[in-house]
Design a protein around this ligand. Sequence first.
Ligand code: FES
Length: 105
Amino acid sequence: MPNITYQLPDGSEQTVDVPEGQTVMDGSVRNNLPGIVAECGGSCSCATCHVHVAPEHMALFDEPMDEETELVEFLDGACERSRLSCQLIVSAECDGARVVVPDTN
Ligand code: FES
């Protein structure tokens, strides 16, 4: 099962197993990690699941849809590595991926 490492808002790190087909958001919520609120439950409408993907791991995930891009544009602390973690579907290739959870969710 792929491992995903989350750098949490307090600077600590947690690495958890996330089954293929689930999202980076699912991996956080199911393991009760702090920082990813996921108010809308993954329907790409709340943007409280914002993460920064490590530059070398950006290509492991599908390109964002327009809805995601539009939401991310208006987020505090957004950058070119910003993604909504509910849209990051985990595949076998994602094993070892890292995301930073900002303290602004
Ligand atoms: S959980 Fe709401 S946009 Fe990702």
